[in-house]
Design a protein around this ligand. Structure first.
Ligand code: DGL
Length: 264
């Protein structure tokens, strides 16, 4: 194993940084390439076929170019749609991000769990299967909150975000039958933990949030156990499209140890 071989994290935008934070804690010496398919953002409103084609194509190109030791799909939408497909076509180990329904089922006291994700994620059979396996004795209420994706993108660019967006996400779950019972909310989109403070304020202190980042970091540490790590160049972020707003991300990327940006 080449000690400088990177771990590649992939998302449609900045959401995967919530996973990168946990990976940094678990593996501080691991060389990382953070990839954002900003040319395809947002994935949530897209069809299954469109998401699968983009993700398989991009990950194929990137693994040829950068020879990662492991790829983490740090995106619930891409993972719930395309994880099996990507594993079929690439030889590199792939770690996906799936909604944290299992830990939420262990945490809830009222038995009612909320799930916030993208429109594509909340309709996936993958989520139905997690619900049947881990939360069949619970009530799971789902709500698509695409506005939160844009809010996280804006927040990390230092731009103002309308607080009504968070109130609408909370109401979208609470206003469903039984919704007032929700005490645990699964953040089933990697953009959403970046808004933890705003969501806590909107939902109130009685609601706890759960996401998959720590579990993913543990899985990556396990799969790379015993491997040498050596960072021979500064870690960077890779984008699929240039736009005038990209430079605004530089301070946020730097906080996650990504000191430059490149274009695929
Ligand atoms: N961060 C992605 C996820 O976890 C989705 C954002 C998007 O709609 O592209 O689902």
């Amino acid at each position: 194993m080449d000690a400088s071989a990177p771990i590649l994290l992939f998302d449609s935008g900045v959401g995967g940084l919530s996973v990168l934070g946990a990976v940094r804690e678990a593996l501080p010496d691991a060389p990382i390439i953070y990839t954002a398919d900003n040319g395809g953002l947002p994935y949530g409103p897209k069809s299954e076929a469109e998401v699968a084609a983009r993700v398989c194509g991009l990950l194929g190109r990137m693994s040829e170019r950068y020879r990662p030791r492991l790829i983490c799909i740090a995106c619930n939408t891409a993972s719930t749609i395309a994880l099996a497909m990507v594993r079929d076509v690439l030889a590199v180990p792939i770690v996906g991000t799936v909604p944290a329904i299992k830990p939420a089922a262990g945490m809830t006291r009222t038995g009612t769990i909320g799930l916030l994700g993208t429109a594509a994620t909340i309709r996936q059979g993958y989520v139905d299967r997690l619900e049947a396996e881990f939360a069949s004795d619970k009530r799971l209420l789902r709500f698509a909150a695409p506005e939160l994706v844009g809010a996280a993108e804006a927040k990390l660019r230092g731009q103002a975000v309308d607080p009504a967006i968070f109130a609408r996400a909370a109401a979208g779950l609470r206003d469903q039958p039984g919704g007032v019972e929700i005490d645990t909310v699964v953040l089933a989109c990697t953009h959403f933990p970046l808004l933890a403070a705003e969501l806590t304020e909107a939902f109130g202190p009685q609601v706890h949030f759960v996401d998959g980042a720590a579990g993913i970091a543990r899985r990556i540490a396990y799969l790379t156990r015993g491997q040498p790590f050596e960072r021979t160049a500064p870690d960077f972020a890779l984008f699929t499209r240039t736009d005038e707003n990209l430079e605004l991300l530089a301070p946020a990327l730097a906080r996650y140890g990504l000191s430059r940006m490149e274009l695929l």
